[in-house]
Every structure is written in structure tokens, then in C-alpha cells.
Design a protein around this ligand. Sequence first.
Ligand SMILES: Nc1ncnc2c1ncn2[C@@H]1O[C@H](COP(=O)(O)OP(=O)(O)OP(=O)(O)O)[C@@H](O)[C@H]1O
Ligand SMILES: [Mg+2]
Length: 229
Amino acid sequence: MNENSAVITANTLYKVFKLGEERVRALDGVSLTVREGEFVAIVGTSGSGKSTLLNLLAGLDKPTKGEIIIYDRHIERMNESQLVDFRRDNVGFIFQAYDLLPQFNAIENVSLPLSFWGIDRPTREKMAKKALKQVGLEGYMKHRPTEMSGGQQQRVGIARAIVTGPRLIFADEPTGNLDSKTTEDILHLLQKMVHDGMQTLIMVTHDNNLASYADRRIHIKDGKIVKED
Ligand SMILES: Nc1ncnc2c1ncn2[C@@H]1O[C@H](COP(=O)(O)OP(=O)(O)OP(=O)(O)O)[C@@H](O)[C@H]1O
Ligand SMILES: [Mg+2]
């Protein structure tokens, strides 16, 4: 796997947040490389800078200093509309709060990202059903979020992230509120997805046990990488 080419290279990233007079250095010189097809965990305690780092790598926020090269493109130099295109074409997101639309059923929620691609409705539905099958929800296609358990909702969130076939998937505490059995199922699912589909997954977690599912772990403390294993 390490012979695969680098898809993400971050060079000495700094992120400073200004809060009135105060400055918070959330990232303090982070450099890393992620290779194609890798499942990488970013691990650290609360406030260590994990989400800040993920948001920069995903093109959701800009570094104060440093560079981020993804598929040979400098994303820190892109303007907002270039970033929107970049994310649409390359990135899937899985968030802890499932943020599904309550009035939509599973198929409709999963279809949503496809509407930004100008794909017709029957094809969108077909693709959404395929993604829902992949996450084991064939029996819940017409269910609304309130008619599903937390773990099932999280799976809908995963189906929505993978439906466009993104090359890169970013997940921030994807199993935050779930019990340990459901958490384990979802981690296995993510693991299988990455290894079968040759996708690249970057997952943030504070939990060393969850991080053990990844191929590689980047440990972060006070905005710095302290260890990789
Ligand atoms: N928008 C912001 N404005 C000001 N400070 C921020 C902002 N976002 C994050 N921070 C600060 O940056 C530091 C890193 O925050 P970050 O959200 O990256 O931590 P985290 O490792 O994801 O923590 P958690 O596990 O609690 O989600 C913290 O001190 C936080 O208070
Ligand atoms: Mg966080």
C-alpha cells in the first residue's frame, strides 16, 4: 500500500483563530502525506486540533500558513467557487451529527448530492438504492430519519457520502453517539468500503480503539503531530 502515490500532501500547516484579542493556535506546523487507498486516522484528545486539520484537508477552511496539495492541486490557493467544484468532484463527508433532512426518506437523502451533478431522477434513485444496499439498508429505503435508529441513520449518512463515488472520504467522529456494537459494525463497513473500492478515508477520532481499524494513525496534540504508527 505504501507504494501507492500520495493523494494528499500537507506542508507545515498553521491555523490561528482570532477571538477578540485572543489568538488560538489550533494547528502548529503539521506536515503529512496520505496515499491512495489508505484508511488514516487522526487521533487526539478534545481540543487537540483534529477537526481543524480535517476541515483544512477537505477544503472547508483555509490554513493561516502552509500548503495542501491534493491530486497535484494546491487547494489553499483556490477561491470559494473552485473549492466548491473541488469538493463536489472529489470528496465525500461523514459527520457525527447525521444531518439528514427529516422530511426526506433514505433514498431522497442519499440522492441529494447527485442532484448537484445534473443526473436525472431515475438514475439518481438507482444510484441511491445501490449505495443503501452497500451499507445494509435494503429494508429501509423509504424510511425517514425519525423512523430509523441512530446506527441506521448513520449508515444513511455513509451512503450519502459514497453515492457519488468520491475518491476521498472525510469522517469526523463518524460513530460519536452509537453503542459499541453498532460502532464496530460501522467501522468494519468503512474499512471494507475503502479496501474494496480503493477509496481513501481520513477519519478523526479521540478513541484509540476506533483508530485501530485504520491502516495508519496520526496522533495529534496541541496542534502538533506527536506520533505516527
Ligand atoms: N472557529 C474557531 N474559532 C476559535 N477557536 C477555534 C475555532 N475552531 C476551533 N478552535 C479552537 O482550536 C482548537 C482545536 O479545535 P478542534 O475543533 O480542531 O479540536 P478537536 O481536536 O476536533 O476537538 P474535539 O475532539 O473536541 O472535537 C481548540 O482550542 C478550539 O477551541
Ligand atoms: Mg472535533
